[in-house]
Design a protein around this ligand. Structure first.
Ligand code: UD1
Ligand code: CA
Length: 462
């Protein structure tokens, strides 16, 4: 389609005032999440690709929750106090619209609509015609049906509750998405009435008005059925979530990523993968995640906002959040890396090791049962099992500095602020409270004693 300057101006309205009773939730329906973002976010994203001005969202049920959740979005909010139907909802947006160009109407609970489908509707509409997004459904129950003349032109939409048995047999349904000529909108909306089964102002009644005024009514069918699928309950939402995830999985496969099972992957954000990345089952990716070439992600890892350099292996059940992992690391199983961690190359972080706001130099190892927080650890350091940085005094956090080639014996407590200098060795079981000098053994440990002739207590006879 042409995007030249002769294209009439585009205005958009998203209807999102409905309660969504069948979600059985306190949260307004369009705030329920699909792939980690509110449904409404998906709709706004598809629309923003078309740069409408204005972009009006009609809200109502749930009060200020919507405007608050989207405080940053370039959206004009129109309040619909009482939900009196889709026509009444669009009427609330009217004061924000100009009688010029095209008005696109979307639903906030139809989250997977593609921009390409919207573009197709706009190129047909041209600010002149009424364009409906319709589709054939084997099971049309619940939807408005498209009425056509013997010649096949659209002459109306009948809501299910107002339909005769014959009309209910029609399988072409109204998805609710439409593109309208802005200059007719005010007249059409003001002429709506609520003389129908639901006593609502039906937006769908603009169709018969258009026909009466000689405005052409055209239809577009989405490429995929799921694009126009709406969410009325949690089962619908779960179904659309699967469709969304399947599409992402197939895009990754095409890009050269090996997925153990495309049906067991969840991307709730953006996952960038270089070639030959391998992802095992059950992994969740949130925010912005980048996996460089040859990275292997074991089963049931959760990665959020992180970057993993080439050929690093994540064994099962790792949790990474806000970290930068160097190349050829070996993490897990059961490793937890929290925000602010940066690792060099060839680093090992083993099972039940938690690392927070810490830098680990090249070839450093912390293989078992350790907590490292607010620390700078050099290269080729060996951190023994059970070592912890005591970084928090109950009020403030303090830093631990560990030089290159340090060896920390098992079960050591490093009471921060403290420095262990290059090449130092710390004896197992030490509590280090002050500087441990370079290249020397530092140990703080109660002297071992054996009590002669000591006997175990015996059970007293009753
Ligand atoms: C509507 C259509 C129906 C279509 C169906 C597709 C009408 C009269 N009917 O029916 O032809 O097949 O969608 O799903 O338009 N909304 C408001 N304020 C209101 C009422 C609704 O903002 O007062 C919003 C809802 O939040 C939702 C959308 O409009 O996003 C559709 O509302 P819904 O109640 O689901 O419409 P249906 O009656 O199912
Ligand atoms: Ca609906």
């Amino acid at each position: 389609m042409s995007t030249d300057t002769t294209t009439p101006p585009l205005q958009a309205v998203v209807l999102a005032a409905g309660q969504g009773k069948r979600m059985n939730s306190r949260l307004p329906k369009v705030l329920h999440q699909l792939a980690g973002r509110p449904m409404l976010h998906h709709v706004l994203q598809a629309l923003q690709a078309l740069k409408p001005n204005p972009l009006v969202v009609v809200y109502g049920h749930g009060g200020q929750a919507l405007p608050q959740a989207f405080a940053e979005a370039p959206v004009t909010w129109a309040l619909q106090q009482e939900q009196r139907g889709t026509g009444h909802a669009l009427l609330q947006a009217l004061p924000h619209l100009q009688p010029e160009g095209t008005v696109l109407v979307l639903y906030g609970d139809v989250p997977l609509l593609q921009s390409t489908t919207l573009r197709q509707m706009l190129s047909l509409c041209q600010g002149q015609h009424l364009v409906l997004l319709t589709q054939q459904l084997e099971e049309p129950t619940g939807y408005g049906r498209i009425l056509r003349t013997a010649q096949g032109t659209v002459c109306g939409i009948r809501e299910e509750k107002d339909a005769t048995a014959q009309e209910r047999a029609i399988t072409e349904i109204n998805t609710g998405i439409m593109a309208l000529p802005a200059r007719h909108l005010a007249g059409w909306l003001q002429a709506l009435n609520c003389a129908n089964a639901q006593q609502e102002y039906y937006l769908t009644d603009v169709v018969s008005q258009a026909v009466a005024q000689g405005v052409q009514v055209l239809t577009v069918t989405p490429e995929f059925t799921w694009e126009a699928m709406g969410v009325n309950n949690r089962a619908h939402l779960a179904q659309l979530e699967r469709i969304y995830q399947q599409r992402q999985a197939h895009q990754l496969l095409e890009a050269g990523v090996a997925l153990a099972d495309p049906a067991r992957l969840d991307v709730r954000g953006t996952l960038h993968c270089a070639q030959d990345v391998h992802i095992d089952v059950g992994c969740v990716f949130e925010g912005q995640v980048t996996l460089e070439e040859g990275v292997q992600v074991g089963a049931y890892c959760v990665l959020r906002d992180c970057r993993v350099a080439a050929h690093t292996v994540l064994q099962p059940y790792c949790h990474l959040d806000g970290v930068q992992i160097g190349p050829a690391n070996r993490l897990g199983p059961y490793a937890r890396l929290r925000p602010g961690c940066v690792t060099g190359s060839g680093v090992h972080v083993g099972n039940f090791v938690e690392v927070k706001n810490t830098t680990l130099g090249d070839h450093t190892k912390a293989n078992h049962l350790t907590y490292l927080g607010d620390a700078t650890v050099g290269c080729e350091v060996n951190i023994g099992a059970g070592t912890i940085t005591c970084n928090y005094d109950g009020v403030n956090k303090h830093h631990t500095t560990i030089g290159d080639q340090v060896f920390i014996g098992s079960d050591t407590q490093l009471v921060a602020p403290v420095t262990v200098e290059q090449g130092a060795t710390i004896g197992a079981g030490s509590t280090i409270v002050s500087r441990a000098p370079a290249h020397q053994l530092t140990v703080s440990r109660a002297k071992q004693v054996t009590i002669p002739r000591w006997q175990r207590p015996t059970r007293k006879k009753p």
